[in-house]
Design a protein around this ligand. Sequence first.
Ligand SMILES: [Zn+2]
Length: 385
Amino acid sequence: MPKPDDGPASGTILTNARIVLPDGVRHGDLHIADGRITTFAVGEQIDLGGRYVVPGFVDMHVHGGAGASYQRPQQARRAASFHLAHGTTTTMASLVTGTPRELAETVAGLADLAADGVIAGIHLEGPYLARDRCGAHDPALLRAPDPAEFRRLVRLGRGHVRMITLAPELPGALDLVREAADAGVIPAVGHTEAAGGTARAAFDAGARVATHLFNAMRPLHHREGGPVAAALNDPRVTVELINDGVHVEPAVTRLAFAAAGPRVALITDAMAAAGMGDGDYRLGAMDVEVRGGRATLAGGTSIAGSTITMADAFRRAVTDAGLPVQDAARAASLTPARALGIGSRAGSLEPGKDADLAVLDDDLQVTWVMKRGTIVPRARILSEN
Ligand SMILES: [Zn+2]
């Protein structure tokens, strides 16, 4: 216990808080010292007046925000700080399909930002995806799994390529799933025409995530459950959900939680347009129009990523899908943290974990954000809104 002569206190106590824990909501104080949640701290007291405190959001699938795209490493800090200001304290950087050269350059650039802690890792969404389920990926650049290219990207990523989404029905895909798992890269099934048997084979080979369940995959049919049933039924698999009210409707969100509650990870799949309003944008090589907050490929109807933040995904899970606050918080933090292998330091407000959190008002709007015990300057929220 610190004594008065230990020098200036380094801690913070959030008093009068509604603390959202994995198993419920507790009213009381949250102690923070040296950047971590602790059982006792001395220092500044901040009275939250009964506001909610939720664990900082963990977004395992996001392409950008605030006009910035992870496809361009020089813009990555802007995207990450936009989402941080809205409560995302841990973010992956997802890359859409590109040419071998583009991907290599981008991965190398993002590895520096991962080493600096700006992003938690790189998610390769593609380029080994099904042409018929390409969504907003340039179909001309899709290719069969190429182990040599994959190894090169992993090498250029210097340990920071953490996930790859691929279509398991492509030639050589299951071998690549095994190779990725062995290399510490989480294989994810997505953008796929696979039937249930092939999806199950991918999970048996080491795939552990279903990329934006329901979207860009063979739909659930009662005589062929496809990847949706395979993923929902498999206790090893985390299912991502784009809970923006566009990609899945609230009834489907409820269905996913009923089938696989602790394995549902809310994601944004946000593109650069998040936080920017309507306009014309780029996603990789594709032109995207945002009208009324809905992003579609230019001149078409294919939806192309979202424009939400994790705070929106979390709030919609409560207000639109009717989930308890703690279940929505788990899906926005603990489940994705565990899927990424960082559940011991992120994802919940428990002693020993990083003091990454968001303070929310009664309408579940973000009031302010703390990362590693430091309050994120509110100016960032104001300047980027
Ligand atoms: Zn995506």
